[in-house]
Design a protein. Structure first.
Length: 111
């Protein structure tokens, strides 16, 4: 029974570490990543699906859950107003299965 409790705790910890919990900050200097939202899928580094529940936002696969407080976030992002200012270009998709990386060289940005 003790081993089961340790395993359960370990799994819960790993899941929360992997979650793409995002907080949108109000100033560029506060951000870990500067993001620009492009107007077409082919222009994006990452296709993002906004999850409606934290537990669904797993891995580094473009499934984001926007948290309500900075301390809860894995990554803090700032939406820039020009493409050249961005570290990462994203396009928001309307279905979870469409989320994912288009430019794998940028994948490390969100780890």
């Amino acid at each position: 029974m003790k081993h089961l409790s340790v395993l359960t705790l370990l799994l819960l910890t790993c899941t929360s570490i992997r979650a793409q919990k995002i907080f949108s900050v109000d100033a560029e200097y506060k951000a870990d990543v500067k993001v620009f939202v492009v107007d077409a899928e082919y222009k994006a580094d990452l296709l993002v699906f906004k999850e409606d529940a934290e537990y669904k936002a797993t891995g580094n696969e473009g499934k984001w859950f926007f948290v309500d407080a900075e301390y809860k976030a894995k990554k803090k992002i700032f939406f820039v107003d020009a493409e050249y200012k961005a570290t990462l270009k994203v396009f928001f998709v309307d279905a979870e299965y469409k989320a994912g990386w288009k430019n794998n060289s940028k994948k490390a940005i969100m780890y």
